[in-house]
Every structure is written in structure tokens, then in C-alpha cells.
Write a protein that binds this ligand. Structure first.
Ligand SMILES: Nc1ncnc2c1ncn2[C@@H]1O[C@H](COP(=O)(O)OP(=O)(O)OP(=O)(O)O)[C@@H](O)[C@H]1O
Ligand SMILES: [Mg+2]
Length: 471
């Protein structure tokens, strides 16, 4: 395959067996059949643990939200840097992502998946899906990884795929490269705003430029910690996020008035662990991010003075606020504060301090403009203009309202010369699943056949083959 040609729609599909594409992120794990336009399975990467009669039980998928069992605790097999920490549990969570929703059900016919529809009379006859002992004995597997995944982790991944899941063919692709493919590009600067991480990945001819890869922890979880910091110092009163399972009834109240709710309490020996409450609270914070939070669109920082002499803060203050109602009925209109909670992704000084938080204050070097500078600084001068005219925006947190406008202004300011062009799919699913979709396209290319690492090759060369073949 010549990686310098972006995948063409006409090349999709054609495989007799659908490969599975598995895209594990810190907040969610996405799995589905290659050639389809969205992952069929989307589960939290978190899992729950509790005890019954001294026996440890584990819960996966959306099940973790459902029942606040006594001492139920929530864990994540991935570390904050997006690299697996607990391999046994990563294997189980990932396996759940495809066994729970993909296997046992027939894959969608790859000729009718929205990407490459052909008339019904030309469809090949249905294929059989056999179930064998190892869950992927029939399915080639393409997995994604962050550009900074260490060699040990890459080897461990192919080991699990081959030995535990029995996949006949495997490939490991960088999620930045795949997000570029999903935008129809083989080269570009990929800006991924995820949950635990943000990253900048320069991609050239389908390969990452390693020296230009930058990442920092200012992702969606960081934004959530800023929202918590804001809630603590909110006026007219601090806001406590009370999750739904602790509210038994509520009455409507006026904006800014104390909630009128009846709360449910658990005796100490019946209560779930604090990590369960944090997980459920995060759902409310996510909703707040989607409905209220807004990125100051620029030009310039929120703290700067605009072209008319009025401060940007004043401009932000004069735009209509956004209301939000919490699970206990407390509601308020959020004004300029809704910009403040995200401003530090661009300007570290704007971070809302929170002395009780375990999240350290950001440094300027961790902000998006500085990461981009460092990233472009690490690649050949000649290709910088090409990267700047192919900026690909992906990841759930890039859906923050106003994000791409601000990014555009920041880039124009940093690089006034070359033409800056951002491609950011308007469709929410395409933005959230960029790397999965790129994997779906890649794995279903006819020309991808030669890229797979077969079981035989793995047996001959060992796990280290992943270093040689998946560059
Ligand atoms: N519409 C939205 N507005 C703002 N934030 C959003 C929106 N939708 C999702 N998010 C946030 O995006 C994050 C999830 O993004 P994504 O799925 O790209 O992360 P991930 O791949 O699981 O994590 P990582 O890339 O860090 O490993 C969450 O923090 C979520 O709150
Ligand atoms: Mg991600």
C-alpha cells in the first residue's frame, strides 16, 4: 500500500470477513466492524468492583452506572497519560467491548454499510459467523494506540490479541494517523482533544513524525476539574453536584435559589465508594460542558482588550448567559464564568485555582498554542506550511462550543504567513470517533491485506514484530 494516497471511497470493503476495529480511549472504548461508518459498541473504559459474600465481582459497560451497590468502586485500567497501567483489566474491558455487542450478532454486510453501498442484487450471499472458544478466532483485529505508546505496551497488545483472543491477523495503528484518514488526508496536523489528554500529532504520508508529537493532560477531565473549581466559588452560593441517585424528589425553584429536594442517604455499610459518586457526577459535568461551557472564540485571550478598546471579558459578559439545572433542581444562568472554565487550555494564567484539587495547575507549556508550537518546531521547516493548511480537529472535547474558532485565531496569530486551514467534521459522531472511523476505512481497504501481521508471522518472529511492521 502506498500510504501517501489517502483512502478512496471506491476502495472500501471487499473482504469476505469483517475485521474488527478497536479504539480504546481513557473515557470510552469504541469497537465495531471495519467498513461501517460508526462503532457499534461504545462502552465506558471504567469498570466497577464489589464484593458479594467475600467474592469479588466485576461490572462492565453501562452496567457500572446502574446500581449503587454497597462499596462499589470504579477503576480505569488506563493511566492518565493514555497508556495501559493494568493489563489484566484492560484485556477484560476491551474484550467486553467486542464480545458484548459485536460477536454473536452478525456483522453488517460490508457492502451495505453506508460507506460503499452497492445495489442489493449485486450483494454476495451471506457469510457464516462461527463462534469458537477464542473470541476473535475469525476476526482480524485493527487496534489504535496513542503516538507515545511505549514498545513494551505495543508488544503486550499484540500478545493479548494473538494469544488470548486468537485473532488470525493484527495491526496496530496510531490514532492520529487514523483521524487524518477519517478526514481524507494522509498528511496533516492532528489536534486531538480527548478526556485524559490532548495531543498534537504531525502526520506525513500516513506516518507520524515522532519528533513532533506533543501531549499534555489538559483534556475533558481537566475541564471538569475547572468546572468543579468554579462551582466551589460560585455566587450567590457554592454549587454542590448531587448525583441523581442521591436525589429522591425535588421541586422547582427560581434561578439561584437553594434547591428544594429530598436527598437519599446510605448507611455507611451500604454506600458505594466515593469513586462511584465521582463517576456519576461526571455525567452531570459532561452535560454542563455540552450545554453551557463556551470557549472564548478570540481573537486574543479572554483577558485581553478587544479592537474597540472594550475588554474581551466585558464582551463575554454582555452575551446572553446560559441556564443549567442540576439533578437536585438547583438552577442558575451562567454568564462569563462559562468561558473561564476552558480559557486555561489556551492561557495557563487563566486557570481557576483550586487548592483542594488533586489536579495540578497547568503550565503554559501544556496549553494548546504552546503544544502546537513545540510540535511544528519538531518537524522539517519545509512541511510546516502543508501541515498548517491541513489541521485536523478530533476528540470529544473539541466539541466544546467555539473551540475551532479559537484554534483558528490562535493559529493565525502564531503563523500569520502560511495559510491555515482547519478541518473539523461538523457531525458530532465523526468528531468523537475520528480515530475509530479512520481505522474502519483503513482495515477495509483492499490494499490493506499486505499490512496485517498474520498469526504465523507472529509465531515466527514474536511480539517484537509489531515494532517492525506498525511504524
Ligand atoms: N459536546 C461536547 N462538548 C464538550 N465536551 C464533550 C462533548 N462531548 C464529549 N465531550 C467530552 O469529551 C471527552 C471524551 O472525548 P474522547 O472520547 O475523545 O476521549 P477518549 O478518547 O476516551 O480519551 P483520551 O483521548 O484522553 O484517551 C469527555 O471528557 C467528554 O466530557
Ligand atoms: Mg482519544
Amino acid at each position: 500500500m502506498n500510504p501517501s494516497n489517502p483512502p478512496q471511497a471506491a476502495e472500501y470493503g471487499g473482504d469476505e470477513v469483517s475485521a474488527i476495529v478497536l479504539d480504546p480511549g481513557y473515557s470510552t472504548t469504541r469497537a465495531g466492524f471495519a467498513g461501517e461508518d460508526a462503532p457499534k459498541s461504545l462502552i465506558p473504559t471504567y469498570y466497577g468492583k464489589y464484593n458479594v459474600d467475600g467474592q469479588e465481582k466485576l461490572v462492565y459497560g453501562d452496567e457500572i452506572y446502574v446500581n449503587p451497590r454497597p462499596a462499589l468502586s470504579i477503576h480505569n485500567p488506563m493511566g492518565k497519560d493514555g497508556i495501559v497501567e493494568d493489563w489484566d483489566m484492560a484485556e477484560k474491558v476491551w474484550e467486553y467491548s467486542f464480545t458484548s455487542r459485536l460477536l454473536g450478532t452478525k456483522p453488517g454486510n460490508p457492502f451495505q454499510n453506508g460507506l460503499n453501498d452497492i445495489p442489493a442484487e449485486e450483494l454476495p450471499t451471506e457469510m457464516e459467523v462461527e463462534t469458537e472458544e477464542k473470541p476473535l478466532a475469525d476476526s482480524p483485529l485493527l487496534m489504535t494506540e496513542p503516538a507515545w505508546n511505549p514498545a513494551k505496551a505495543r508488544e503486550k497488545t499484540i500478545e493479548i490479541a494473538m494469544e488470548k483472543w486468537g485473532t488470525p491477523a493484527f495491526y496496530l495503528a496510531r490514532n492520529g494517523v487514523l483521524a487524518a484518514f477519517a478526514s481524507g488526508k494522509a498528511s496533516g496536523l492532528v489536534v486531538d482533544i480527548g478526556a485524559s489528554n490532548i495531543s498534537i500529532t504531525p502526520v506525513h504520508d500516513g506516518m507520524i513524525l515522532k519528533r513532533g508529537v506533543q501531549h499534555s493532560p489538559l483534556g475533558g477531565d481537566y475541564v471538569s476539574s475547572q468546572i468543579r473549581a468554579l462551582f466551589k466559588k460560585n455566587s450567590p452560593q457554592p454549587i454542590t453536584v448531587t448525583p441523581h441517585y442521591l436525589v429522591s424528589s425535588k421541586s422547582p425553584v427560581e434561578a439561584g435559589q437553594p434547591p428544594q429536594a429530598k436527598y437519599r442517604t446510605f448507611p455507611a455499610d451500604k454506600a458505594p465508594d466515593a469513586s462511584y459518586r465521582a463517576l456519576v457526577e461526571e455525567r452531570t459535568l459532561s452535560e454542563f460542558k455540552e450545554c453551557v461551557v463556551q470557549v472564548w472564540p478570540g481573537p486574543n485571550k479572554l483577558s485581553a482588550t478587544g479592537p474597540t478598546g472594550a475588554s474581551n471579558e466585558d464582551m463575554a459578559r454582555s452575551s446572553p448567559g446560559r441556564p443549567f439545572e442540576f439533578p437536585d433542581g438547583y438552577n442558575q444562568v451562567f454568564g462569563v464564568d462559562r468561558f473561564r472554565v476552558v480559557e486555561s487550555l489556551f492561557d495557563a494564567k487563566a486557570a481557576i485555582p483550586d487548592p483542594d484539587s488533586s489536579v495540578p495547575a497547568p503550565t503554559q507549556a501544556q496549553t494548546i498554542p504552546e503544544l502546537i508550537k513545540a510540535s511544528l518546531g519538531g518537524v522539517d521547516v519545509d512541511i510546516r506550511p502543508h501541515l498548517l493548511s491541513n489541521v485536523v480537529v478530533t476528540g470529544g472535547s473539541s466539541l466544546l462550543y467555539g473551540f475551532t474558532d479559537r484554534l483558528n485565531h490562535e493559529l493565525q496569530q502564531l503563523y500569520p504567513g502560511p495559510r491555515v486551514r482547519i478541518s473539523a467534521p461538523g457531525n458530532t459522531a465523526e468528531r468523537r470517533f475520528g480515530s475509530w472511523i479512520g481505522g474502519s476505512i483503513l482495515a477495509s481497504l483492499g490494499t490493506f491485506h499486505q499490512m496485517w501481521i498474520s498469526k504465523k508471522e507472529y509465531e515466527e518472529h514474536g511480539a517484537n514484530i509489531v515494532e517492525k511492521r506498525c511504524k
